[in-house]
Design a binder for this molecule. Structure first.
Ligand code: FEO
Length: 409
């Protein structure tokens, strides 16, 4: 069932209620869900998000019954997953004057998914505003909540936050507002947070930092209830649940050999991310440590991360001898992965990976990370061409954070 319920003057929820059992992230949502889209019927009519792709045509037909689609000026896409951007192809065909407002990455993904023309996008930068004729929208990039391109939208005049997946619940409800809910939704809200947002909690903290000075009277998410009562309680729950407590029992070992210092920089980046997640991390340059010390650290580590530069198609220094000793240990409860800086083909990284693949440890590779984290931005083994420049340095830190998330889960 599609709805049109006023959330503020000239602003309506026009989403879809899906009260079936809904398959979701290898789970079944037995309470169903909703796909909330919002129409801000201003002088420059604006739609915020759409609905699931399976209801795309139905949604566009519904919109046609409540407005002249030629008057639609903007379609804000906070998040490109098909349960929110699913109607965009059909919609852009009908709403000939509409422009999609999204992040640079959002544009890239939408072009890939729906073959939308380049000139139908307006790219926003963090904090930018957009006058939609009677209301002003402000956009904040909130990457990895829960995919890389995500952003949230804030209506300054209405004091409403439109955060798409964030602050959602999976409950197919007909009453829309949380103060009208027949039962306390707090547990459902927490379950949703833990399933979707918690794996990315450093980014939840960054998001909270961005919105903390906004006056928010209502949160209009894209699944479940609109939060118009106890709004701060729900923001505080994200704040509280995303606090990373220092892990006292999980340790990591990064052991490496480095020819020019570049692999050492990669190691330091990974360590930075692990430490951010509260994981005590020892970084050992093979040149300056004896084998027994390394093996002792390896025994007590929950993650062993091994790196080498590549020279003449192979590892350098005596790291291969060390690897041969490490893999004699019981690694059954440990996570392992490889990394390294390289100039041409980086064979050393792959050779280390081969050693690790043949142990009883859990090998962290790209496939494993996609399944564990739900996105593909962590590529393992971590291969860095020459020195890690700014973007690659961030990738090293993100890798450490991702491994840390697995350890403190
Ligand atoms: Fe509700 Fe990430 O889609």
């Amino acid at each position: 069932m599609l709805n049109k319920i006023e959330v503020a003057k000239n602003s309506y929820c026009v989403g879809k209620i899906d009260d079936r059992d809904v398959p979701f992230h290898r789970l079944m949502l037995t309470k169903g869900t909703t796909y909330n889209a919002y129409l801000l019927d201003t002088d420059k009519a604006t739609l915020i998000d759409t609905v699931d792709i399976s209801f795309g045509m139905e949604f566009v037909k519904h919109l046609e019954t409540i407005m002249d689609l030629q008057k639609l000026q903007y379609v804000v896409i906070n998040h490109v997953e098909p349960d929110h951007a699913g109607a965009i192809g059909a919609l852009m065909n009908k709403a000939k004057n509409a422009i999609i407002v999204t992040t640079e990455l959002g544009k890239k993904f939408l072009i890939g998914m729906f073959k939308i023309k380049e000139d139908r996008f307006h790219i926003i930068r963090d904090g930018e505003t957009l006058d939609i004729g009677g209301k002003t929208l402000q956009f904040f990039e909130t990457p990895f909540l829960h995919t890389e391109e995500t952003m949230v939208t804030y209506c300054i005049e209405d004091k409403i936050l439109y955060p798409c997946d964030q602050f959602s619940t999976h409950i197919a409800n007909y009453e829309l507002f949380n103060d009208l809910a027949k039962e306390d939704i707090t547990e459902d809200f927490k379950v949703y947070y833990k399933l979707i947002m918690h794996p990315h909690r450093p980014y939840v903290r960054a998001m909270i930092d961005k919105i903390k000075n906004l006056e928010i009277n209502m949160i209009c998410p894209s699944h479940g209830y609109v939060l118009r009562k106890d709004v701060q309680k729900y923001i505080d729950l994200y704040d509280e649940l995303s606090q990373v407590e220092l892990s006292t029992d999980k340790k990591a070992l990064i052991v490496f050999s480095s020819m020019t210092g570049n692999t050492s920089k990669v190691a330091q980046g990974i360590k930075e991310g692990l430490v951010e997640m509260g994981v005590e991390t020892n970084v050992v340059n093979i040149k300056s440590a004896d084998l027994n010390t390394i093996l002792d650290l390896a025994k007590e580590a929950s993650a062993i991360i091994i790196g080498s530069s590549t020279k003449y198609g192979d590892m350098i220094g005596n790291i291969e001898d060390t690897i041969k000793e490490i893999i004699k240990l019981d690694l059954s409860e440990k996570l392992v992965t490889a990394f390294g800086s390289y100039g041409w083909s980086g064979e050393a990284i792959e050779i280390i990976n081969d050693y690790l693949r043949n142990t009883n440890a859990t090998l962290l590779d790209t496939s494993y990370m996609i399944k564990a984290t739900g996105d593909d931005h962590i590529k393992l083994p971590l291969r860095v061409n020459f020195a890690p420049e700014e973007q690659m340095k961030a990738q090293c830190v993100d890798t450490g954070i991702a491994i840390g998330e697995l350890l403190v889960k």
